[in-house]
Ligand binder design. Structure first.
Ligand code: SF4
Length: 590
């Protein structure tokens, strides 16, 4: 079938039909003025194979797009007592207003669901080349609900008028297929390759709790298991394509062009080494977790896995849609033939220093296995680290690669490890290196104290992208030690990152996005933008509260002086209770 050929689209329910008012969200207060995305939610039920359009004007008005809108929809439409693997759970894929621009840092999009790993709300975003194809469907947000009784690929197309067509293709023959194998089959059958797809691998099909949803073959919607949720719905992949144009108003093209120009012309180490450029510095600062967090430096092996080692294997520049910053890392080892995209810093930490592996080619192979199987590299590496500690097998690279395979297929001990560290640490007899059930990333909170606090407060769990306060601690903008004044800073940065995720702007744009540029680009006062981000974070928290999360979950497996006082300060700043819960009255402005 040729792309855009809608004639084969069976089971099509015309969209654009609003649901009864009772099913819509409560009215939101419009805080957002100029930059504005319009359109309907496309809600797809993979159980009864239907599709409906749902008006979401209020949500788009109040939450921009991307993570903000998806959070509001998930909060209101996923039952608070839902089983993450039940048909009542939903997956939201969403874009922001900037995906209609030609600005760098906009080649990303958002996914939101109830996480089977943390049991709380999960928003995650991925780069690659899907965002523009997704926009071509003509809907800012697509919801997947229900569960199919057989493995399917869902094809979503949009025409020039913005009318989508939805088709369900049974694919029992793709059971167990890797991400690339699935892309190849879709390319051959429909002329639609990985750049049009979100795909799960065996990890998602087998409901590994930290299975990623993959796009463009190697880009992951990681952390927290959105791939496993699609697996529970028997959805192998979703393809997006079309000619529709998203309706966006108020985009300041000049501001977008200035940012794009700077991204293209500025010299930056990320253009050569991606996120791996600072590994040596992290090692010197003792913020490179090593040997399953027993140590904080990897002096004896860091040279083999540092940014120079990664760059020595890089064979071309890599990027996401329209991004001139181009920080991605296509790498190849000529001797072994191992080829992958990455590894990024977090994968080097998780499959290198954490496991005492000092050869970048071995890390590249782990990275590629995780991409093929659709597994989050941080959680997979850290969980394997827990097992290696229990078995005293650090540095055994053959075992590591075997374990990745076993986890993806839930074979033998892989079935246990597929549950993640939080659920198995007692059985293994190791420290629980998670917060809210999410495995820790590679910026050590025992050294970077603001980073530690941010791991504890993040609604997604131990998440380095949620506030990114470690950047200020690395750069010396704030001290690494102590928590004085950091509670409010963590909260404000969380809010800002929620704005980024809603727009959707890649967080690697930090040095290009001044306050003034935020205001010009969005046509809104900076504080007003932060207040939108704050409402996103508060909605996530409220959802999690209703699932039983409270202060006790904002915890760390290590102590920080002044931590409890900082938590109080953080809650006070947000207007939450000292128990870490959102007062119901705070929701009247949500
Ligand atoms: S900065 Fe890097 S990750 Fe972000 S959009 Fe550009 S290429 Fe993608």
């Amino acid at each position: 079938m040729a792309p855009g050929d809608n004639s084969l689209y069976a089971n099509h329910t015309p969209v654009g039909v609003a649901l009864p008012a009772a099913t819509l969200m409560s009215c939101c207060v419009e805080l957002f003025g100029m930059l504005r995305l319009n359109g309907n939610l496309l809600s797809i039920d993979v159980g009864d194979r239907s599709a409906d359009g749902v008006a979401i004007d209020d949500e788009l008005s109040a939450f921009i797009g991307g993570r903000g809108v998806a959070t509001k929809l998930a909060h209101d439409r996923i039952p608070f007592d839902a089983d993450p693997f039940g048909p009542e759970n939903r997956v939201y894929l969403s874009t922001g207003p900037l995906q209609t621009s030609r600005m760098s840092f906009t080649g990303r999009m958002n996914a939101t669901t109830l996480s089977p790993l943390t049991d709380g709300l999960l928003s995650t975003n991925a780069g690659g080349f899907l965002s523009r194809h997704f926009s071509g469907v003509g809907h800012p947000c697509v919801e997947i609900r229900g569960a199919s009784d057989e493995l399917v690929v869902v094809h979503v197309r949009g025409d020039e008028d913005g009318d989508p067509e939805v088709r369900f293709e049974p694919v029992p023959e793709l059971a167990g297929a890797t991400v690339k194998e699935t892309s190849a089959v879709m390319e051959e059958r429909h002329g639609i390759g990985g750049e049009h797809l979100v795909t799960i691998g065996p990890g998602g099909e087998n409901q590994v709790r930290y299975a990623s949803l993959m796009t463009s073959n190697s880009r992951a919607f990681g952390r927290g298991g959105v791939g496993a949720v699609l697996g529970s719905k028997n959805v192998k992949a979703i393809s997006f394509d079309g000619e529709a144009t998203l309706d966006v108003s108020g985009l300041d093209e000049e501001a977008a062009a200035a940012i794009h120009r700077d991204a293209a012309t500025t010299d930056h180490i990320m253009k050569r080494q991606g996120t791996t450029g600072g590994i040596d510095v992290k090692n010197e600062l003792f913020s490179l977790p090593t040997r399953y967090f027993e140590r904080m430096d990897f002096d004896e092996g860091v040279e083999g896995i540092n940014g120079d080692a990664v760059e020595s294997k890089k064979y071309e520049r890599g990027t996401c849609s329209l991004c001139a910053f181009a920080c991605k890392l296509p790498t190849r080892d000529e001797e072994t033939g191992i080829e992958t995209e990455g590894p990024e810093y977090e994968t080097v930490f998780a499959f290198g220093s954490t496991l005492l592996i000092d050869d970048i080619v071995d890390v590249m192979q782990s990275n590629e296995l995780c991409d093929e199987y659709g597994l989050d590299t941080i959680s997979t590496g850290v969980t394997i680290g827990a097992y290696l500690q229990a078995e005293d097998r650090f540095g055994d690279v053959d075992l590591v690669h075997e374990l990745v395979d076993r986890i993806a297929h839930r074979e033998g001990v892989g079935d246990l490890l597929a549950e993640g560290v939080d659920r198995i640490h007692e059985e293994l007899g190791v420290t629980n290196w998670t917060s809210k059930g999410l495995e820790f990333p590679g910026h050590d909170g025992r050294v970077l104290h603001g980073r530690g606090l941010g791991y504890a407060t993040a609604n997604r769990g131990a998440d380095h992208m949620y506030s990114k306060i470690h950047n200020l601690e690395y750069d010396g903008e704030i001290p690494q030690e102590g928590l004085d004044g950091k509670a409010t800073l963590v909260a404000d940065l969380e809010d800002l990152k929620a704005v980024n995720d809603s727009a959707v702007v890649c967080k690697f744009s930090r040095s290009f996005m001044t306050e003034e540029r935020y205001e010009t680009l969005f046509g809104a006062d900076y504080d007003r933008l932060l207040s939108i981000g704050s409402r996103v974070v508060t909605l996530e928290r409220h959802f999690n509260n209703r699932r039983g999360f409270d202060r006790a979950d904002d915890s760390l497996p290590f102590t920080l002086e002044g931590f409890e006082e900082a938590l109080d300060e953080y809650y006070d700043h947000r207007g939450w209770t000292r128990e870490g819960t959102v007062p119901e009255e705070a929701l009247t402005v949500q």
